[in-house]
Design a protein around this ligand. Structure first.
Ligand code: NAD
Length: 523
């Protein structure tokens, strides 16, 4: 599908296979058909990419913020020009429904570019700091690019979760080496095409490959690693980064709870649960992975969930129809089946779905399960598939206790008709993000920092915090006026200790009489 006269994605996929280089094959999860072949980049290839990114790093970081913003807005223009092609590439590798790809991938990235285009200059401006006792000094904080950032991304939102850290790092003045998931590498190559540019083409390098390529990037000497993926791999990344003390930003898995209070709008909560559990076939780090509903409304809520689940249209969306697509990755289907089998063994009841569809590709029915508890993997481990387990609780306190009974803490939600109750439950949930009367979409507000607590991650993307993740905070102090020496330099003046105590009283005494003591000369 040629959109412009510039190189196309198919050129990019065909080009890089040097003789003898190892290759990775990908499949279309909707059909199981072979899709693309890309290089499995080795450590030397990763080093070469990092070197190219480093060559251009100081030139890019020394541009004025305005100039970087202008360049990144041309990348957004190119994204818009190629929107149809990008959606096609994303859907073919992930099995997503088209509208889902448009909203959660292209729109999310455009929002991020837009927000940082508007705010980067202000957020990176040097900030002056009151000098306190050092009144003859001035002090300020300066934000500097860290250098070359390695981005390692997963397959579930291959465009958004590559582009979000990547463009933010660029806005802050860094260059980037991206290692996309081996399940969705052509999305990574499509990203590289967006940045192809006579002068600035090297600010983004893309290395395709599997876990070994990712590990080589972590060990390559980059100045920061942003990893989005599972907790298991995140721990490995952090351990490898520890060898060189490379800083890491980790966006990891979740087991997001939904708390449904007795006064919730049952219709809205049920529709929200169904959307939150099944959009992207449940393969969102912030999917609703477990529901705690108060007993008094539980049956009405469950009935409504069953009704709404039965209405979901499950097809590839190629005709513009369909609500959800296929799953993306065969081993993930096996995890879903394992969690369901474990739950049923321990007494859970499947009310809707529960089976892999008998057709080619990775299709799994939207599934609703009740009679679940925390002895089951389905309620404690990340399932990452279209399964909605619902647990009935006696009251909100029990719901909060169970919601917090997890090693994860990514997103969460509370549903209630009472604003105060919503805020108080939100404050008690151990999570990096909370939605009240909605789920997942807090991520769409780019000004809100996003990330996890507990084992769901370290650091934040989005918002001011997300930009400063990619900066070294340099503190500068300057001497505004001075004599030949500072008071405390050598030789230490006689009586400096007594003078120090008087000035402590004067400055920090909490009552007038205490401060007045600072004015008295010692006898
Ligand atoms: P994964 O951990 O298997 O792989 C993620 C990436 O890490 C891939 O690119 C992979 O090649 C690479 N990798 C594998 N081994 C590596 C190693 N030793 N060193 C460096 N890199 C290595 O995750 P996945 O299956 O691709 O994605 C699904 C997971 O990602 C889920 O757990 C999901 O919750 C999580 N996720 C988190 C967020 C978030 O923002 N918190 C967002 C999306 C997905």
């Amino acid at each position: 599908m040629a959109i412009t006269s510039e190189p196309t994605l198919s050129d990019a996929v065909a080009a890089p296979s040097e003789a003898g280089a190892a290759l990775i094959e990908t499949v279309d999860p909707r059909t199981g058909a072979p899709l693309a072949v890309v290089p499995d980049t080795d450590a030397d290839g990763v080093q070469a990419a990092v070197a190219r990114a480093r060559c251009v790093a100081s030139r890019w970081s020394s541009l004025r913020t305005k100039e970087r913003v202008a360049h990144l807005l041309t990348v957004r223009d190119r994204l818009l020009d190629r929107a149809d092609e990008l959606v096609e590439v994303i859907c073919a590798e992930t099995g997503k429904q088209r509208a889902e790809a448009v909203t959660t991938e292209l729109m999310a990235v455009c929002e991020t570019i837009d927000w940082y285009a508007k705010h980067t200059e202000r957020l990176l401006r040097p900030r002056s700091v009151a000098p306190g006792t050092m009144a003859h000094k001035s002090a300020w904080v300066r934000y500097e690019a860290v250098g070359v950032v390695g981005v390692i991304s997963p397959w579930n939102y291959p465009f958004t979760l590559s582009m979000t850290p990547l463009v933010t790092a660029l806005f802050a003045g860094n260059t980037v080496v991206l290692k996309p998931s081996e399940v969705t590498p052509t999305v990574g190559l499509a990203i590289r095409e967006l940045f192809e540019h006579d002068q600035w083409g090297d600010i983004v390098q893309v290395v395709t490959g599997g876990g070994a390529t990712g590990e080589a990037l972590v060990r390559s000497g980059v100045d920061k690693i942003v990893f989005t993926g599972s907790v298991r791999t995140g721990k490995r990344v952090m351990a490898a980064a520890a060898d060189t003390l490379t800083p890491v930003l980790l966006e990891l898995g979740g087991k997001d709870p939904m708390v449904v209070c007795a006064d919730a709008d049952i219709d809205r909560a049920a529709r929200g649960a169904v959307w939150g559990a099944f959009q992207n076939s449940g393969q969102t780090c912030m999917s609703v992975e477990r529901v705690y509903v108060e007993r008094s409304i539980a049956q009405a809520f469950i009935d409504r969930v069953i009704l709404e689940t039965g209405r979901i249209r499950q097809d590839d969306g190629s005709t513009g129809g369909g609500d959800i697509g296929s799953m993306t990755f065969e081993p993930q289907v096996e995890i879903v089946q394992r969690h369901l089998a474990d739950a049923v063994d321990k007494g859970a009841k499947v009310l809707v779905g529960g089976r892999r569809l008998e057709r080619d590709g990775l299709w799994f029915e939207p599934t609703v399960v009740v009679d679940v508890d925390h002895t089951m993997d389905l309620m404690t481990e990340e399932t990452f598939g279209p399964v909605l387990p619902i647990m009935v609780v006696d009251d909100v306190d029990e719901a909060v206790r169970l919601a917090n009974d997890s090693v994860y803490g990514l997103n969460s939600s509370v549903w209630t008709g009472d604003d105060d109750l919503g805020v108080s439950v939100a404050n008690r949930l151990q999570a990096g993000n909370v939605c009240i009367n909605d789920c997942i979409v807090s991520y769409a507000i780019t000004g809100l920092p996003f990330g996890g607590v507990k084992q769901s991650g370290i650091g934040r993307v989005h918002g001011p915090e997300g930009l400063r993740e990619f900066c070294n905070t340099k503190s500068v102090m300057s001497t505004r006026f001075s004599g030949a020496r500072e008071l405390w330099w050598f030789p230490v003046p006689k009586g400096l200790d007594a003078l120090g105590i008087r000035s402590l009283r004067l400055r920090f005494g909490s009552t007038l009489s205490e401060r007045a003591k600072g004015l008295r000369r010692p006898r």
